[in-house]
Design a protein around this ligand. Structure first.
Ligand code: SF4
Ligand code: MSK
Length: 671
């Protein structure tokens, strides 16, 4: 068994640590992500630096990172070409994942319009009308299905346009200044699929070797990704309802020994929503099997989707997904796609758990495959729930271990919900927020997003950075596995506001919570949803920027992916930078083999877009730098404290100005 000190380095989540102890003591011959990471050491330094190329079969080619030979690949490519090509291929893969997710929701909606998906309906007609209007559809006199069909036409156009016009989902969601900059830089995509294809073509051997156009092409693809994410969010809200404030619980303690436990893992809500509907109708079958009912829990972003819309408890985020099986009470793990560990089949074979795949995109050896089909969604869902009920009978009571760890969680901060909350204190909701920013009660906003990465102590970076931001009156908005970490650590609760928020932030959250009728403060971290729901973060910042009459590059905002891992995190970080966000990543991307590419990410991007990357592995140092960036932006807006008194909470003048002064996004001189 590992020593306690070693265990502590793996995670700061008490439920995870408890389960790792159980695993160490058991006879099960299977490995966790932490075991496999240890066995993988040392990892390839060439790969980490991004200077290994396998693009053609003359490779792999590796560049000497110390300036000696070989300095070029067999074809002549230098480090900056290889690093840029590798980087933008990751961007394209992330864009493919998000935008294909959006396409699948659109196909489900199309099946509904065609009368071939009776399990579905339009749950949020207001959103249907609002999105339709936003994208330029005349909604007057049109019925629901007519409008849905017309909206889908606009959606599919963004995946297939031939004309050189920008994507509708960018043209109608970016600030005017952003559109102007993107247009000037020639990074406005006209077609989501074509943007991915262009990256793949450009990075083929013997095509683009210049790092600048390569990276700008990656930025273009990242903006296509933003559109794909936005389409996913908009259509999911229309089909399944826009999230509203919901109270629930989080962490492995939400699993119930007496119930049939089903975990929904992945990203796309099209089947999981129907499984929830069907499970409610199958309680009798569960009781016949000896259970007291069916308990659905979430993992990763399918978990976030269900958490936001239905208050379904979230059990784990990415790194701890295997541990849900190890509790011995998980009767079925249902997977759709993305961020599903290929080790799950190994673990379900060690337990009674059924691993049920639902998309032919994402299969595992040993799974039971029930292909999701919108036309047979209810039947598919019933078959899946019945498999879980069957599995329940095979449980081994002797190996059950559920950590008694769960936290109260308040979620559901869609932009629509935020607006409704703010409307209780002002007729002009975003003006209220703008005023609080100007007064300094809220110093700024921190978007904390992204994954877990086993290279960091699980959830430590997430929690360290979030606590420091809210202590400094920076309101945190969160998505993805970052949000999962905060939910499971109890940071999405009124209690956390009292315990961790700075005085100004606490005052605002208490006023908002009480006026909204909660009798308590709102949480200091607002859960905005899954990975694709970073589009909500984009909308939130855009609305605030428009209200304040400035661009996002001037807003006192920062973004951070404290434990970035997936290619989707790479693409999200890229469009955040392109839309004006200073964006921290806590795990270094594979680009440091080219000082030129690092320079573009940290500095050139700032000159051109106003956003830029902040690479910092130490979470305390990262938090310090992020707080300083917010203060720096406030000061530049003329709403910071006086130059001599700006420095508070232990931050020195040197700290604040250690960050390089920002340069106007239009390429103008430093102010
Ligand atoms: Fe080597 Fe060039 Fe082929 Fe890459 S594309 S593997 S650098 S020969
Ligand atoms: S699930 S992309 S590990 S956030 Fe969206 Fe989590 Fe990152 Fe996957």
């Amino acid at each position: 068994m590992a020593k306690e000190s070693e265990m502590k380095q793996k995670s700061v989540d008490p439920a995870t640590l408890e389960m790792l102890e159980v695993v160490c003591d058991s006879d099960v011959d299977a490995t966790t992500i932490w075991d496999r990471y240890e066995r993988m050491q040392p990892q390839c330094r060439f790969g980490e630096l991004g200077i290994c190329c396998t693009i053609c079969l003359q490779g792999p080619c590796r560049i000497n990172p110390f300036g000696k030979e070989p300095s070029r690949g067999v074809c002549g490519a230098t480090a900056y070409t290889i690093v840029s090509r590798n980087l933008i291929r990751k961007i394209a893969a992330g864009c493919a994942a998000h935008s294909d997710h959006g396409r699948h929701v659109a196909h489900t909606m199309k099946a509904l319009v065609d009368g071939k998906a009776d399990a579905y309906s339009i749950k949020d007609e207001d959103k249907l009308r609002a999105v339709s209007q936003r994208v330029g559809i005349d909604v007057d006199g049109k019925d629901t299905m007519e409008l849905t069909k017309e909206l889908l036409g606009k959606v599919f156009e963004d995946y297939s346009r031939v004309e050189h016009e920008p994507l509708t989902w960018l043209r109608t969601t970016l600030t005017p200044k952003r559109m102007e900059i993107a247009d000037r830089c020639d990074v406005l995509p006209n077609n989501i699929d074509a943007a991915i294809v262009e990256v793949m073509h450009r990075t083929h051997i013997g095509v683009d070797a210049d790092p600048v156009p390569l990276i700008f092409n990656g930025i273009k693809c990242s903006l296509a990704d933003l559109a794909g994410e936005h389409i996913s969010t908009d259509l999911s809200d229309i089909l399944f309802g826009t999230p509203m404030l919901t109270f629930t619980e989080s962490n492995l303690g939400v699993l119930k020994k007496e119930s049939i436990n089903i975990a929904m893992n992945g990203h796309n809500p099209v089947l999981s929503e129907i499984i929830c509907d069907v499970a409610e109708e199958m309680t009798d079958a569960a009781k016949e099997a000896g259970a007291d009912g069916i308990n659905i829990v979430g993992i990763c972003c399918t978990g976030n989707e269900l958490l936001m819309r239905r208050g379904i408890p979230i059990a784990t985020n990415f790194a701890s997904q295997e541990l849900a099986i190890m509790t011995g009470v998980l009767d079925a793990m249902i997977i759709d796609y993305q961020c599903i560990m290929p080790s799950l089949g190994m673990w379900t074979r060690c337990f009674h758990t059924r691993l049920i795949s639902t998309s032919d995109l994402c299969r595992q050896a040993g799974d039971t495959h029930i292909e999701f089909n919108p036309s047979s969604a209810r039947e598919d869902a019933k078959r899946i729930v019945l498999l879980a009920i069957e599995a329940y009978k095979d449980r081994n009571e002797k190996i059950i271990h559920i950590p008694d760890v769960k936290e109260s969680t308040c979620v559901g901060f869609s932009t629509e919900q935020i607006e409704e909350i703010l409307s209780k204190v002002s007729d002009d909701p975003y003006q209220y927020l703008a005023d609080k920013v100007k007064e300094g009660k809220i110093q700024g906003f921190g978007a904390l997003v992204g994954c877990n990465n086993v290279k960091t102590c699980h959830d430590l970076n997430h929690l360290t950075i979030a606590k420091e931001l809210i202590k400094n009156d920076i309101l945190v908005i969160a998505t993805g596995c970052a949000a999962g970490a905060y939910a499971r650590a109890g940071l999405m609760s009124s209690k956390a506001t009292k315990e961790f928020a700075g005085e100004g932030l606490k005052e605002v959250l208490t006023e908002l919570g009480e006026k909204f009728g909660l009798d308590d403060a709102l949480p200091p971290i607002w859960h905005m949803g899954s990975c694709v729901d970073n589009s909500r973060i984009h909308d939130f910042a855009t609305m605030l920027a428009n209200k304040m009459g400035i661009d996002i590059k001037d807003l006192p905002v920062i973004a951070s992916a404290p434990e970035d891992m997936s290619e989707k995190a790479v693409v999200i970080g890229t469009w955040l930078v392109a839309t004006g966000w200073p964006t921290h990543v806590g795990v270094l991307p594979f680009i440091h083999g080219s000082p030129l590419v690092v320079e573009i990410a940290e500095n050139t991007a700032r000159d051109v877009f106003g956003g830029y990357f902040v690479f910092e592995e130490d979470p305390n140092e990262a938090a310090r730098r992020l707080v300083n960036i917010v203060k720096n932006r406030r000061w530049r807006l003329g709403i910071g404290e006086d130059k001599e008194t700006i420095y508070w909470s232990g931050y020195t003048k040197e700290d604040v100005f250690a960050e390089k002064p920002e340069v106007a996004a239009d390429g103008g001189e430093e102010e």
